[in-house]
Design a protein around this ligand. Structure first.
Ligand code: ZN
Length: 466
């Protein structure tokens, strides 16, 4: 019984694993590797297996670093099932169509240059057609529903508490003359007290736990403090007559921020100023969140009962066209503007920053992780002036950061989860090396559980572990 670690081991993108028994090969996640173009192209084109050898696929959630290379499977002829929760299956078409659009337009842009030089055209990793060919493969399940996979393998999805529909996988593999081997796949693992979401479900009595380690060496603020910090930031900006410009990811974080604003308005903590969601993708995803409201926690249900919709409330303006978007940038009225992308690298947020970043009354508020070399990271580091659309702008606006929104378990949350899972062996993946090593030390020294840090390409026989 072999586990193949194919991607997303000492990095946080490109998650890809295969469980192989004598009878079956099951693929867990098929994520997009994100990084510098040349390296990303090479990695994403290489699947490290033939699609004919895969009997079924299991998808943990709709983040692009876990699902973003499914269209490549379809393009190469994969036609077996892809098992996911119903919410993940609803989110997937929006995420993959957007990803296909990015790949197609990137290739078209590059081909302007290659055409001029007479070079062969660049083929996009996949197209909209490839993405759409993968949708009929989805098989939809609920949490806690046992799923029979080929080879007698039994799979149960439980709530990961990470984003809407995200699942941890409990995998039970039959063994001759012995109890089934219990494998826990916790990639990605969420946190307690996140808005909208139920807390992660604890898997127990595992033989093997494959666990993410994004924040293996770090803590982030308590999720319960995020709303108060958001309220303070909004109040001080509105009080000085400014706008809150909020770069955000379209999936999950955008809906969480609107939920918090709903809650702050219901408690009269913040004034009723105009709120704009300037992202057609976030609008499409928000509609899917409303449809899947049964996934959400008791706090959501209580607030919904009190004030009605808290994800697409009537006071929230979605801007569809570029003209509508421009009319927000020209208005001087205090307001809250959410727009993608979350790291302010591209997307409509750049227009809002171009028009608003010099104004001392405004606040640019970051509510997500900012990778190195992004405009978001430069602003947080206090750089000024900064380049936006080729022009330099002095940073007059206040730059704010709230870290407590993270959707990943922090160091002590990871330790607690691993401790309660009581695995015989832990494999740490989905973390930069220094984060994995920091968590490995904690697991080894404090919990006294054997821990391994596999690399991409490693194959481990789980049967031989005990
Ligand atoms: Zn994720």
């Amino acid at each position: 019984m072999n586990w193949h670690f194919l991607g997303g081991t000492s990095e946080v993108t490109g998650s890809k694993h295969i469980l192989e028994t004598q009878q079956a090969r099951i693929l867990f996640d098929c994520g997009l590797f994100q990084g510098r173009r040349k390296q990303a192209d090479e990695i994403n084109h290489t699947l490290d297996f033939t699609v004919e050898s895969i009997d079924a696929m299991v998808l943990s959630h709709a983040h692009i670093d876990h699902c973003g290379n499914i269209p490549t499977l379809a393009k190469r002829g994969y036609r077996n099932p892809v098992h996911a929760t119903s919410a993940t299956a609803d989110l997937l078409p929006v995420m993959l169509r957007d990803s296909a659009h990015i790949h197609e337009s990137d290739a078209a842009y590059l081909n302007q240059k290659t055409n001029r030089k007479g070079l062969p055209p660049i083929i996009p990793l996949y197209t909209l057609e490839d993405a759409e060919a993968s949708f009929p493969l989805l098989r939809v399940h609920q949490y806690n529903e046992p799923i029979e996979l080929p080879g007698g393998i039994r799979l149960t999805h439980v709530d990961a508490g990470h984003i809407l529909g995200a699942a941890l996988a409990l995998i039970e593999v039959p063994r001759e003359g012995r109890a089934p081997l219990r494998i826990g796949y916790a990639v990605d693992l969420g946190r307690h007290n996140l808005p909208l979401l139920e807390d992660p479900v604890q898997m127990t009595d595992l033989d093997v736990l494959i666990c993410e380690s994004t924040y293996g060496g770090r803590e982030h603020g308590d999720a319960l403090d995020a709303e108060a910090a958001l309220g303070d930031a909004i109040n001080r900006t509105i009080a000085r007559g400014g706008k809150v410009l909020l770069p955000t990811f379209a999936l999950e974080r955008a809906q969480e921020i609107i939920y918090h604003i709903s809650s702050l308005r219901a408690k009269n903590v913040i004034p009723d100023v105009p709120v704009f969601m300037d992202s057609p993708m976030a609008q499409a995803l928000s509609t899917i969140f409303e449809k899947n409201h049964t996934y959400f926690d008791a706090e959501y249900k209580a607030l919904h009962k009190q004030v009605g919709s808290v994800i697409t409330p009537p006071w929230l303006t979605f801007t569809a066209t570029v003209d509508e978007s421009k009319s927000i940038t020209s208005s001087k009225e205090p307001s809250i503007v959410l727009a993608a992308s979350g790291m302010a690298e591209h997307g409509r947020i750049l227009h809002h920053l171009k028009h608003g970043i010099e104004d001392e009354k405004n606040l640019v508020l970051f509510v997500g992780y900012q990778a190195a070399n992004t405009l978001g990271r430069r602003l947080i580091n206090g750089e000024s002036p900064v380049r936006i659309f080729g022009d330099m702008f002095d940073v007059g606006a206040e730059i704010g950061v709230i870290n407590a929104f993270s959707a990943h378990a922090g160091r002590s949350e990871l330790r607690d989860y691993i401790q309660k899972a009581r695995p015989k062996q832990v494999f740490l993946v989905h973390g930069e090396q220094e984060q994995r090593e920091a968590l490995a030390k904690l697991v080894q020294d404090e919990l006294r559980i054997p821990v391994a840090l596999p690399n991409n390409g490693d194959v481990v026989d789980f049967d031989a572990l005990d």
